[in-house]
Design a protein around this ligand. Structure first.
Ligand code: 13P
Length: 265
């Protein structure tokens, strides 16, 4: 069985150093003494607070960034280099989030360049993909997901491909309190798996973690994660409550531990 992931994307929240410190102190308290052997928890704060989070996150929790630029250095005003992230202890980087696609007008080609830059510098990309409500209505989910994935996987080695984490986040489910049925999420997972297998081969596709994101709360975990056979979740609003992060991490950990016991692994 693969590692499970709980990724908390704080987005453009936590508005001061004081708030960041408050969050960290509550989070440390909530995570204290919790055993996490199967679940990797990653917190993804705004760029400005990365260093603060790096210093004060609980030891078992990893650090992620919300975006990156594909060049290493140079005249790119406002951008952040993969090397800068690496230097301050970031391990995971979200790319292609639907909010970057929407407000930053990022294209699949640009996102693929970011993925490749991250892999080159040994950082782990969390590639977000997902269809809009309109695309779903028009029956285009499969072609949209394929187009979002394709460029990112083309021309990379198996070793690199296995470092990728895919987050299936239907745009209409983000921030809406609407969640898809387990079967719909599983169907998306199969599309993603097949697409990766066709480019990198089935053994590689099997090792890649595929997560669900969009209005995840503790009370829908069964539907969006366990029944849908996903390898974890990406949470937005709930990540602003350290208690909820700890609770969701514990539910995933306990569920997986019980499952493994049941199948004797
Ligand atoms: P919400 O959990 O707030 O819907 O956000 C999901 C998301 O976009 C995580 O990246």
């Amino acid at each position: 069985m693969k590692q499970r992931y709980l990724i908390g994307n704080l987005k453009m929240n936590v508005l001061s150093v004081e708030e960041a410190d408050q969050y960290l102190s509550v989070f440390r308290r909530e995570m204290k003494g919790r055993k996490q052997s199967i679940t990797t928890t990653v917190i993804v704060p705004p760029f400005l607070y990365l260093e603060r989070f790096q210093k004060a996150l609980p030891e078992a929790v990893s650090l992620g960034a919300q975006d990156v630029f594909w060049e290493k250095e140079g005249s790119y005003t406002g951008e952040i280099s993969p090397l800068m992230l690496k230097d301050i202890g970031v391990e995971y980087v979200i790319v292609g989030h639907s909010e970057r696609r929407q407000y930053g007008h990022e294209t699949n080609e640009e996102i693929a360049k970011k993925v490749q830059a991250l892999l080159k510098w040994n950082l782990r990309p969390i590639l977000c993909i997902g269809e809009t409500a309109e695309e779903r209505r028009r029956g285009e989910t499969s072609s949209v997901l394929e187009a979002q994935l394709k460029g990112a996987f083309e021309g990379i080695s198996s070793l690199h491909a296995e470092k990728m984490i895919i987050a299936y986040e239907p745009r209409w489910a983000i921030g809406s309190d609407q969640v898809p049925a387990s079967e719909d999420i599983l169907e998306a997972k199969v599309i993603i798996y097949r697409m990766i297998a066709s480019v990198c081969g089935a053994p590689v596709a099997e090792r890649i973690s595929i997560l669900y994101g969009g209005s995840v709360k503790a009370n829908v975990l069964k539907q969006v994660c366990f029944d849908a056979q996903m390898d974890g979740v990406l949470i937005g609003r709930e990540s602003l409550f350290p208690y909820e992060v700890a609770k969701i991490a514990e539910i995933i950990e306990n569920y997986e531990a019980t499952e493994r016991e049941a199948v004797g692994r």
